[in-house]
Each structure stands twice: as C-alpha cells, then as structure tokens.
Design a protein around this ligand. Structure first.
Ligand SMILES: Nc1ncnc2c1ncn2[C@@H]1O[C@H](COP(=O)(O)OP(=O)(O)OP(=O)(O)O)[C@@H](O)[C@H]1O
Ligand SMILES: [Mg+2]
Length: 367
C-alpha cells in the first residue's frame, strides 16, 4: 500500500500542492520552518484525522483560511485504488470521506491508511506514561487481530459501568456481578491478543535492534495490568474497597504496559538520546514488519528529521532497515546530502525541496 497522490490545502504554511510520491523512499529537505513537518502532519491527518503536534486541529489550519483539506490516492496491495479525504474547518466541522462515502469514524481511516510516525517526540514511547506504550501496542494488535476492536469496546462499556457503580453505587449486586463477569471476560480476551502480539513482536524487535545498535541485554516485556498469577476477578475482589475510595477500577487491561529494561535498569533512565531514538525506531520497524505480514498491505512510515541525534553509521543502518521494509517512507531532513548515499541504486527515491511553504520535486523516482 502506498500513496500515489497527495493533495494538501491550507495546512500550516503549505501552499496548495499535489505530490506524486515514490512508492518507496521520499525525502523532503529544506530550511527550518519551511514546512517539512507540516507535510508529514498533513499525511498524518489523512490517516488518523488528528495531528501529532497539537491536541487541537485549529492551529493546523492556515491563518486566514476557513478549512484545511488533505486528499490521498492509495494504491492497494491487492490491486486497485482507494481515495481518502479529510477536511476540518474553523467551526470544528470534520469530514472524512473514503471512496466517496462519509466515514463513520477515524478507525476506518486508520484501517485504510496505517501509519507509523517516528519524530523527535518519539522518545516519549520509552519515557512517557504507560498510555503511550499501550497505544503503541494496541495499534499493532488492532491491525493484526480483527477481534481486538469489538473486545476493546466491550471492555470500555463494562469499565464505564463499574466505575460509575463505584462512584454512585446505583446498581443492584446481581447486575453488578454480571457486569464484572463481562469485564473479566473482555479483559482476558484482550490480554490474550496482546500477549500473542508481543510474543510475535519480540523476536522481530530483537533482530531489528541488533542490526541497528549494539545494546546487549535490552529486554522487552509485557505487563498485563494485573497480577500475572491471579484471576482478574480475584484481584478486583481484593481491591474493591480501594477502588470504591478512588472511584475507579485500578487493575485490568486499562493499566497494561510494556517494559523495556537494560539489565536491572529501566532503559529510559540510562539510554542516551540517540540510543533511545534507535530503540523506538526498532520497535516501530518491527511493528511494521508484523502488520505487513498480517494484512498483505504495508504501513506507511513518516520519519521526521531522520538524521537528528544519529551519527553516520546509525543513520545508514536506519535507512537500510527502512528500505528493507519495502514500504513507502516519507523522510524529512534539513540537509539531504546526509542521506544521499544511503539507498541501493535500484530503490526508487523521490526528492522534494521545501521552501517557504512551497514544495517542489527535485528528483523523480521514475527517472
Ligand atoms: N496555522 C498556520 N498557518 C500558517 N503558518 C503556520 C501555521 N502554523 C504554523 N505555521 C508556520 O509554518 C511553518 C512550518 O513549520 P514546519 O514545522 O513544517 O517547518 P519544518 O520545515 O519542519 O522546520 P524544522 O526544520 O525547524 O523542523 C513555520 O514557519 C510556522 O511558523
Ligand atoms: Mg520540522
């Protein structure tokens, strides 16, 4: 799967533009503030209906413009094309179109255009709150396991019921017991999907990491959100009083986490910035491999400021791994010279120069 055409209107400082990217490697270079990240943001908007830079979409809309719009033509792995469109106006009105139809949710977009983002914020996957790692994990599970989403929705519903009961106590005991059973069933199901996903991810991650950086002894493990030796029902019974006091359920898959350790240490606390970036890249590249195996179509990588924090050797190793994914990759950098020699001669590389919001193609991948 790849984007064969992208049309962007009124996103940040970008002038209206239609690009015909390479199905493989695309490099956008230009000075600070020229609009490189804004193009990645536009593609992100197309795949997820949200930005990775601001929680709200209002700042993404170009000053003095009513709405920002992104269209994309996607070449599907099984042949044929799909057309996606996302538009957001100043009043907050959102429109998502997939092949001429209004889409019901952003999840449909995520399914149609799976994206992986690697940007200077990515170290938060290691350092940040567990929620960020759960989102990473669930992105993968969502794309390889179609039964995950319905189980997740059941869990959310049962959790809402339980938390409301903990706060207000308005449900009779029998009904609450039934909701708890539902909660435990959905939790076990989700835990099962996550566990098998991590089992598959681990060896791929370890192999990718070995090719990228020498970090002997780095381990990835999964915490399911409650004691690994006890049934959730039993844990819920013992924590009931505290749950009632807090007004929410403490144990369960909503508390799951991934743990990265180097020997006895939390990896985030001892790795250098460059090493953190490489570990995050290894996680995301491993995830891309798994998703492409499962769904026959690959995901698209957005790599903002690839060279930052990396020396030449690690930069080249990262480029090689991105190239070996056989996916479409959009890379930004200030100086494209740094990435010039990083690709095999037969890999189609398209180059774009970005200046004051104007994007011009300087090298066509078909040449
Ligand atoms: N809503 C908006 N309307 C118009 N311009 C905007 C808007 N929001 C941000 N900008 C401007 O858009 C420009 C694009 O920034 P962007 O982050 O894409 O640059 P960049 O090329 O990635 O730079 P860097 O190399 O520093 O990362 C900035 O100059 C910013 O001030
Ligand atoms: Mg940038």
């Amino acid at each position: 799967m790849s984007l064969s055409r992208v049309t962007v209107t009124a996103v940040r400082n970008l002038h209206p533009v239609t690009l015909s990217p390479s199905p493989r490697i695309n490099i956008l270079s230009g000075a600070n503030g020229s609009g490189k990240t804004s193009l990645l943001e536009a593609i992100h908007l197309l795949g997820l209906a949200r930005s990775f830079r601001s929680a709200r979409l209002l700042p993404v809309i170009q000053y003095e413009q009513e709405a920002c719009t992104v269209f994309g033509q996607v070449e599907l792995a099984e042949g044929g094309q799909s057309n996606l469109g996302v538009s957001r106006d100043r009043q907050g009105e959102f429109q998502i179109r997939i092949d001429g139809q209004n889409a019901r949710s952003a999840a449909q977009l995520a399914e149609a255009l799976p994206l992986q983002l690697i940007n200077p914020d990515s170290f938060r996957l290691l350092e940040g709150a567990p929620k960020i790692r759960r989102q990473f994990l669930d992105w993968g599970v969502f794309h390889v396991e179609p039964r995950f989403m319905p189980a997740w929705q059941r869990l959310q519903k049962a959790l809402r019921q339980r938390n409301s009961w903990l706060r207000h106590g308005t449900l009779d005991a029998a009904s609450q017991a039934a909701w708890d059973r539902e909660l435990c069933l959905a939790s076990d199901e989700i835990d099962g999907y996550r566990r098998s996903y991590i089992q598959a991810l681990k060896p791929v991650f370890e192999e990718v990491l070995r090719e990228l950086v020498e970090l002997e002894g780095l381990t990835l493990s999964y915490y399911r959100g409650w004691d690994k030796d006890r049934e959730l029902q039993a844990v819920l019974s013992t924590t009931l009083q505290r749950d009632q006091h807090l007004g929410h359920t403490q144990a369960g898959p909503q508390r799951a986490d991934l743990r990265l350790r180097l020997g006895a240490h939390n990896a985030a606390e001892i790795l250098s910035r460059g090493q953190q970036k490489l570990v995050v890249c290894a996680l995301r590249i491993a995830q891309g491999h798994l998703v492409s195996q499962a769904r026959r179509g690959q995901c698209i990588y957005l790599v903002d400021d690839l060279p930052s924090e990396l020396d030449e050797q690690h930069r080249n190793a990262l480029c090689r791994l991105l190239e070996d994914l056989n996916c479409q990759v959009f890379i930004t950098c200030v100086d494209h010279e740094l990435l010039r020699g990083s690709w095999r001669t037969d890999t189609p590389v398209a180059m774009f120069h970005v200046e004051h919001g104007c994007i011009t193609q300087t090298h066509d991948h078909r040449e």
